[in-house]
Design a protein around this ligand. Sequence first.
Ligand SMILES: Nc1nc2c(ncn2[C@@H]2O[C@H](COP(=O)(O)OP(=O)(O)O)[C@@H](O)[C@H]2O)c(=O)[nH]1
Ligand SMILES: [Mg+2]
Length: 360
Amino acid sequence: MSFSIGIVGLPNVGKSTLFKALTKKQVNIANYPFCTIDPNVGVVKVPDERLEKLAKMSCSARIAPTAIEFVDIAGLVRGANKGEGLGNQFLANIREVDAIAQVVRVFEDKEIIHVDKDLNPKRDIETINIELIIKDMKSLEKRIAKISGEAKAGKKDKVQEMENLNAIRAILDKGQLIYGKDLSDGAKEIVREMQFLTAKPMLFVFNKKIEAADDEKQLEKLLSDLGIKAAFAAIDIKMESDLSELADEEKISYKKDLEINEDGIDKLIKSSYELLELITYLTTGKDETRAWTVQKGARAPQAAAAIHTDFEKKFIRAEVINWEKLLETGSWSKAAELGMLRTEGKEYIVQDGDVIEFKI
Ligand SMILES: Nc1nc2c(ncn2[C@@H]2O[C@H](COP(=O)(O)OP(=O)(O)O)[C@@H](O)[C@H]2O)c(=O)[nH]1
Ligand SMILES: [Mg+2]
């Protein structure tokens, strides 16, 4: 199972530069059999400080982080929905990803052409969103045309579906994304089936230097002015990209000089992971300490399937302890001795940070 984020935005906003910085954090492809070798796809480690700590405790020979995919999708331009600038292909690429990171240019640079001449983040977001919205509108209209006869004839399930389709249309008509909007269960079901582009979780990446503390408020306002409820990150993509080219020691001294404490790329990877509503559980032992990805809300047998598909059927029970509690006790056997391992059954909903041993 793989989870992918599509990097979307106008040309020359920093998408490929971001992608390049991300791919500096690629996993060893051989360990991730789901990997594609497509040059536009990067399989990136999800940073997780819990792994080193647990590995130290267990004297593990190996550490295996979990990963997500980033896809560098070529720039969308106005009119993409009509096929402008290879538009159809790009929109098809967006259809395939699980979530979208929309890169927005906030940096000034006369040397780097802006497709719409001047710097205007708000307009640029609208340009991208409108293309996605029009595409969704087209799929919606097709569906409406298909069932309208039966709905008019009073066929009950079609009448209901029509009502839900109209509720979705009302959102798109206002030039809004479906993502982040309150929907009835019926409308949600349709959104799942029809795989609307604007229903995909979206994260905004503002490409800019981080300066004043109130920058964040401004960015938040920019989104709320557009009626968008979504997570965002401000990253100086060029600087992060330059940093990612440096050797570790150089990087440390450079960051010290610039008073940079965090790794913007790592932060973005973590935000993307959260955007996908993914959580991590861990396994630890002599051979390896490993992070496993499951969808939030997954039950123990589904979580076991991340290790091996057979495990879901063969699941008997799970022994579980929170990673911090395990570290406090000092070892798995000690935790067992102290009766700190919980025995959980098929209904158990796995929590982020659980360390688990499955009995099968
Ligand atoms: N000054 C400045 N230039 C940037 C920044 N991010 C990207 N660029 C430059 O903008 C140009 C286009 O970047 P690229 O990542 O290829 O854009 P894409 O078309 O969105 O993939 C390149 O020359 C980058 O070096 C930034 O934060 N500041
Ligand atoms: Mg590019």
